[in-house]
Design a protein around this ligand. Structure first.
Ligand SMILES: [Zn+2]
Length: 395
């Protein structure tokens, strides 16, 4: 073989290895037949790759047997899993009002998790200090081995080329490049993405969208955004800003937004805005928990406000559905399980999405709740590790 043929073969092998590892990251323990089906590789190719990965210690074979084949004849297949004995990864979720850190092993099992309240919007550098303090504390408590990679979730658009946060949205982060800042402090690779994309990634790997190919994940919290999943991959667009629906203008003469425009979706339906709208009608001080309890008790005012919010955001989500044709809209954030919100969303999809598209889509609550972003950040860190292994020289 010529040197160029050898090179091409090595690249093909690396691509195939990565496909197998990605399938295991996404679907968990799998048989060789599962891997062949999910990667589209031939059973012989999969067997060869699995043999190499087992020899390298990247995969382990579970003692526990999988379920028998249909019909019950023959030996059940042995399940393969990514090895857990290769140090720790961390997920860091920076929200508008909190920092959450989770340390996990190399198959994504969380060993320790911590959260602290902090006003991250105003103070980028201080927030990074808090994140690092929590990370040290969590690593100490988890006893999960050396840190090998970090995934970071930020509550604003982040440019996938420069890794800079949009400071039009978060002015307190001017001059801070969180990926570089963190990588310099922890001395391991750091990858970052926005909260909606990572919520989408987590729901695809571990939550409501685990069996879906094409998904719109809606994050309705202090900010509003969407993560688009196409063929089980998060679609980020040219610069990482795909799905940024928070600043779509929905009220011509609405409230002035932090982005400089007015009447943005985020100023109309963010969770703080909904609570502010409801508060004058109630004697007790409202927060997320009291609003959810009032909805369960059938409170007419709460139901009305949440249903209207669903309709407002649904008008924008309907356009996204027309573009993406998803089978699922996953609603994340504290009101993700609100039936009134879902009713409003459904009405807007029925009205504004193309009928065949509206018919094909189901609206479901996120299953991971406030864990979604940190779980997504861990998945991102693990995906980064797979890419590094792939880029390493091949013997
Ligand atoms: Zn705006």
């Amino acid at each position: 073989m010529s040197p160029s043929e050898v090179g091409a073969l090595a690249r093909l092998r690396a691509t195939n290895r990565r496909a197998v590892m990605r399938a295991l990251t996404q679907h968990g323990p799998s048989s060789r037949a599962d891997l062949a089906r999910r990667t589209g590789l031939s059973p012989t190719t999969v067997s060869g790759i699995v043999r190499d990965l087992l020899a390298d210690g990247v995969l382990s074979q579970q003692d526990e047997r999988g379920r028998p084949h249909k019909g019950g004849s023959g030996r059940p297949p042995r399940l393969l899993t990514l090895s857990a004995q290769r140090g720790a990864v961390a997920g860091i979720d920076i929200g508008h009002r909190h920092v959450r850190v989770a340390v996990a092993d190399h198959v994504g099992r969380i060993a320790h998790e911590l959260e602290r309240r902090v006003d991250s919007d105003e103070r980028g550098p201080r927030t990074m200090d808090v994140a690092c303090e929590l990370l040290d504390e969590a690593l100490g408590a988890a006893d999960a081995g050396a840190l090998t990679a970090v995934g970071l979730s930020v509550p604003a658009p982040i440019d996938r080329r420069s890794a800079r946060i949009s400071t039009g949205i978060l002015p307190g982060w001017r001059g801070v490049v969180p990926v570089e800042d963190l990588a310099a402090r922890v001395n391991v690779p750091v990858t970052a993405d926005n909260d909606a994309n990572l919520g989408a990634l987590a729901e695809v790997h571990h939550g409501a969208a685990r069996r879906s190919q094409h998904v719109v994940y809606l994050k309705l919290a202090s900010g509003v955004g969407a993560g688009l999943v196409i063929g089980r991959q998060v679609f980020r667009g040219a610069t990482g800003h795909a799905g940024e629906i928070g600043h779509v203008r929905v009220q011509e003469h609405g409230t002035v937004c932090r982005c400089g425009s007015r009447g943005c979706l985020e100023t109309e339906v963010s969770v703080p805005r909904l609570i502010e709208l409801l508060q004058p009608a109630y004697d007790l001080p409202l927060d997320v928990d009291t609003v959810r309890a009032l909805e369960r008790d059938g409170d007419a005012g709460v139901r009305r406000v949440l249903e209207d919010a669903g309709a407002t955001v649904g008008r924008v989500v309907a356009d996204l559905c027309n573009a993406v044709n998803p089978s699922l809209v996953v609603v994340g954030g504290p009101f993700g399980g609100s039936t009134a919100l879902h009713r409003g969303l459904q009405a807007a999809l029925d009205r504004y999405a193309q009928p065949d598209i509206a018919h094909a889509v189901s609206i479901v609550p996120g299953e991971l709740g406030t864990e979604a972003q940190v779980r997504g950040a861990i998945a991102l860190a693990l995906a980064g590790l797979i890419q590094q292994r792939d880029a390493a020289p091949i013997g």
